[in-house]
Design a binder for this molecule. Structure first.
Ligand SMILES: [Zn+2]
Length: 358
């Protein structure tokens, strides 16, 4: 009788098994494993669509959670309680996150990144390569500009209190850009040149020129740096910071959380719409909190509102803005809003709350 292929294979295997005892011990587990894989493979092959959908959903979940989650996590990993009372208002305020003492030290200590190859101690804010000009150069370039303010501070405040002055949510000068509000997709503006490669929204040049002149009349030489930042530069600055913290052994989420306190996230920076200017002075050129204690810093905090600018991230309002105190970062909001915001000691977020409630 002619043996079938199956019987012949079986016979050969048995012979082989008798000669090599060790193989017969391994044969059963090997058979079980190979059968398991065979069935698993055919199952996957038969349900290809289902599994690719599952994988996609998993990927989407990972991507979304890694971008939105960090804001609700304190830097030390504890969850931050989200005040539901705030949810009534359409303006969401940044939750007050508690930084651990260790993180506070990291933030305050610029030497934290010492030793990294690409870290430049002289340039903690990544401003190298950005030209700075002092006010005489700026004023020469802006000659012929200037508007002259129409109403005095008192007149503006009176009009606001009496209800005659009402702010308009569609006013381009009031556009709210922060961690919760990214730049609207349809936002457009024209770039104007301050001097050289320093650019900003063209519509603020007159008031900027007036402000620089007024400061000069007081004997103060202001320096303007990095007004408009193209989005690519913001992406670079942010990623750079995240990478540096990760090199210090932080997880991506911790690095992301900490970075968002010092560098604004791409798409959420007022520098990208040309309405923010970093201003220092000839005697103190660094973007450091000490600028607020200089004569120029004090004059700017008090008087920039007369020309439509506000200290966007004031001291003591970190829980509203979600950004550390930055006495050098000025945002243009127009003379009237700037006057009200400065006189009332509020932030742009808080002006928007009023605006929504009226
Ligand atoms: Zn700035």
């Amino acid at each position: 009788m002619k043996n079938t292929l199956k019987e012949r294979v079986r016979k050969k295997l048995l012979q082989f098994g008798r000669k090599n005892k060790i193989c017969s011990i391994l044969a059963l587990p090997a058979l079980v494993v190979s059968m398991f894989f065979f069935h698993a493979m055919t199952y996957f092959a038969g349900n290809g669509k289902r599994f690719s959908m599952l994988t996609m959903i998993l990927c989407l979940f990972v991507v979304y959670s890694s971008f939105s989650f960090p804001m609700f996590i304190a830097a030390d990993g504890r969850e931050v309680e989200w005040d539901l009372a705030d949810a009534d208002s359409s303006v969401e305020l940044a939750p007050e996150s508690d930084l651990s003492l260790e993180d506070m030290e990291l933030l305050a200590d610029e030497d934290v990144l010492e030793g990294l190859e690409d870290w430049n101690e002289e340039d903690p804010h990544g401003m190298a390569g950005v030209d700075t000009y002092d006010s005489s150069e700026l004023l020469a370039s802006l000659e012929g500009r200037g508007s002259g303010t129409e109403r005095t501070t008192e007149e503006i405040l009176e009009a606001y209190e009496s209800g005659e002055l009402v702010f308009d949510a569609n006013d381009w000068r009031l556009v709210l850009i922060n961690k919760q509000h990214s730049i609207p997709d349809d936002y457009s503006f024209t770039l104007g040149t301050i001097v050289g490669n320093l650019k900003c929204d063209e519509r603020i040049l007159d008031d900027l020129s007036d402000m620089l002149q007024a400061a000069k009349d007081e004997g103060l030489t202001l320096k303007v740096r990095s007004p408009y930042r193209p989005p690519e530069r913001q992406v670079y600055l942010f990623n750079d910071k995240v990478n540096k913290y990760m090199n210090r052994g932080m997880s991506y989420m911790e690095a992301y959380q900490l970075s968002s306190r010092t560098v604004t996230m791409p798409g959420n920076s007022e520098h990208e719409i040309g309405l923010a200017l970093d201003i220092t002075c000839d005697t103190f050129a660094d973007l450091e909190q000490e600028f607020g204690d200089t004569d120029a810093g004090k004059w700017m905090a008090e008087n920039s509102c007369r020309f439509g600018f506000i200290v966007r991230y004031p001291k003591g309002k970190e829980y509203v803005t979600g950004i550390d105190y930055e006495p050098w970062h000025f945002r243009y909001v127009g003379v009237e809003a700037a006057t009200v915001i400065t006189a009332q000691g509020i932030t742009l977020e808080e002006l928007w709350e009023d605006l929504e409630n009226n």
